[in-house]
Design a binder for this molecule. Structure first.
Ligand SMILES: *[C@@H]1O[C@H](CO)[C@@H](O)[C@H](O)[C@H]1NC(C)=O
Ligand SMILES: *[C@@H]1O[C@H](CO)[C@@H](O)[C@H](O)[C@H]1NC(C)=O
Length: 200
């Protein structure tokens, strides 16, 4: 289990790191404050839909239709097979994500980005996990089958988001936006600790 967590964390954080590398001459600032927050919103939408869908069976559109800013609904939205306590925690986390996305969209100086097309289907997440292992898992990994499976993916995604925000907090120049990023980081790190604690 721990091995899987590490592999997934590394493979996901690798993408975040790579997306910020410009080239080997990299000297100038590589992203504006808005770029940083828009990137964070992409991760936020993923977390939001993963939480809200798995807790309720409905996407965030049922809670706030304006949140997606015209973006397409997530593919593969599915209610998880959770005990009541876990479901309640995940729904709360989903509602927190909706709040964070609204706050971030409001704080952005430019246009709020629409929700990207997200494929959070069992099959898409299962094939991501196969890639992390380098082979086809049998039975196929299903994040909606039980809380522990769900928590593995939640651990990786909240960790990635916290890692990104940790860097963004240092890079963002505007004091208000930096404060926002720091507050998102605090909550994301707390969420990550919940999943990590559950998996140990
Ligand atoms: C999803 O939203 C629809 C429309 O509001 C509602 O009828 C349905 O009960 C919701 N499904 C779940 C699983 O909450
Ligand atoms: C979602 O991902 C699954 C698994 O990769 C794929 O089979 C399916 O076609 C995808 N759906 C969309 C609409 O992209």
């Amino acid at each position: 289990m721990l091995g899987l967590l590490l592999i997934l964390s590394v493979s996901l954080s690798g993408e975040v790191v790579l997306s910020n590398v410009v080239d080997d001459r990299c000297t100038a600032p590589i992203a504006s404050d808005n770029d940083e927050l828009q990137f964070e919103m992409n991760l936020g939408f993923l977390l939001c839909e993963y939480f809200v869908c798995s807790a309720t069976g409905n996407s965030s559109d049922q809670f706030d239709p304006s949140l997606a800013a015209g973006g397409p609904p997530p593919v593969g939205c599915q209610r998880g097979n959770f005990d009541p306590l876990y479901r309640q925690a995940i729904e709360e986390f989903g509602l927190i994500m909706i709040r964070h996305l609204k706050d971030t969209a409001k704080a952005l100086k430019g246009r709020a980005i629409p929700r990207p097309l997200l494929n959070i289907s069992r099959e898409a997440i299962g094939s991501f996990v196969n890639t992390a292992f380098g082979r086809q898992l049998t039975p196929a990994f299903d994040p909606y089958a039980a809380p522990d499976q769900h928590a593995i993916i939640a651990q990786v995604t909240t960790y990635t988001a916290a890692l990104f925000l940790n860097g963004a907090t240092a890079r963002i120049l505007d004091p208000d936006l930096r404060l926002l990023a720091a507050s998102l980081l605090g909550i994301r790190a707390g969420q990550n600790a919940v999943f990590r604690g559950r998996l140990y």
